[in-house]
Design a protein around this ligand. Structure first.
Ligand SMILES: NC(=O)c1ccc[n+]([C@@H]2O[C@H](COP(=O)([O-])OP(=O)(O)OC[C@H]3O[C@@H](n4cnc5c(N)ncnc54)[C@H](O)[C@@H]3O)[C@@H](O)[C@H]2O)c1
Length: 250
């Protein structure tokens, strides 16, 4: 088992990439906390998965826009499981609108969840990891953290911020046994893409040299690697998992 007895947290763990990552890590012997909005499917998913594998699976509700809730989440994880060994900072929302039509509050909402939310969770986890002298944080960025795309100003700003903030956190805590990396998924077939019509979906498929969307499990496998001791010399990296999307663009 590649994650035997490790205690891991996945924000946005009730759906899509987060949920696939929760199950993949349970398969490798870890205990998991699904952290998601109270209104999400998280409680139900945790009940289904708890007891299915050797590790525990708990749901702790959180809104990553609240510092108070995020700090309480990490404290609860520590008291329930005894350590914070790894985090997938994965909660996020999309946005698609011409920039001239984006209101301040719409822009701020995306930044607050997709960038500041990632910082809040990383900061709270780092406080525990620093004391432990070990830990691995994986932040979910995107191919849109390294390339622009029309009508996604807030999202691309947030994801680019995640990529570079990851490098800074990696530098800051490298000597304290803590690794910090990001993953840059291509377009992945999750509920986040449900609102797209067939033409848009086909357009996105064609952007990938592999001519398909990614599967949530393919990102889960990248998280599994980065959070595990197999990645013991990897920090500050942005691992692109994108079916070749970025290969011809640099
Ligand atoms: N699906 C893609 O094509 C794609 C591509 C690149 C990056 N990503 C990133 O992957 C991550 C996961 O996306 P997904 O496709 O699995 O989406 P998803 O919509 O299936 O899951 C996102 C989860 O985040 C939760 N969430 C949203 N706001 C939250 C908040 N304020 N506090 C706590 N939880 C919150 C949602 O309830 C949901 O369970 C996101 O960061 C997204 O930007 C997705």
């Amino acid at each position: 088992m590649r994650l035997q007895d490790k205690n891991l947290l996945v924000t946005g763990g009730a759906s899509g990439i987060g949920l696939a990552s929760v199950e993949r890590c349970l398969q490798e012997g870890a205990n998991l906390v699904i952290a998601d909005l109270a209104s999400s499917e998280g409680e139900k998913r945790a009940q289904e998965l708890d007891g299915k594998y050797s590790g525990r699976c708990l749901f702790i509700p959180v809104d990553v826009t609240s510092t108070e809730q995020v700090d309480a989440l990490l404290a609860k994880m520590q008291s329930e499981l005894g350590s914070v060994d790894g985090v997938f900072n994965n909660a996020g929302i999309g946005n698609l609108a011409p920039s001239t039509e984006v209101e301040d509050e719409d822009f701020q909402k995306v930044i607050d969840i997709n960038l500041t939310g990632v910082f809040r969770v990383a900061r709270a986890a780092l406080r525990f990891m620093q004391k432990q002298g070990s830990g691995s944080i994986v932040n979910c960025a995107s191919i849109l953290g390294v390339f622009g795309q029309s009508q996604t100003a807030a999202y691309t700003a947030a994801k680019a911020g995640v990529v570079n903030m990851t490098r800074t956190l990696a530098l800051e805590y490298a000597q304290q046994g803590v690794r910090v990396n990001s993953i840059g998924p291509g377009y992945i077939d999750t509920p986040l893409l449900e609102a797209l019509d067939d033409d848009m979906r086909q357009f996105l498929i064609n952007l990938h040299p592999m001519k398909r969307l990614g599967r949530p499990e393919e990102i889960a496998n990248a998280f599994l690697f980065l959070v595990s001791d197999e990645a013991s010399f990897v920090t500050g990296a942005n691992l692109l998992v994108d079916g070749g999307f970025t290969a011809g663009k640099s």
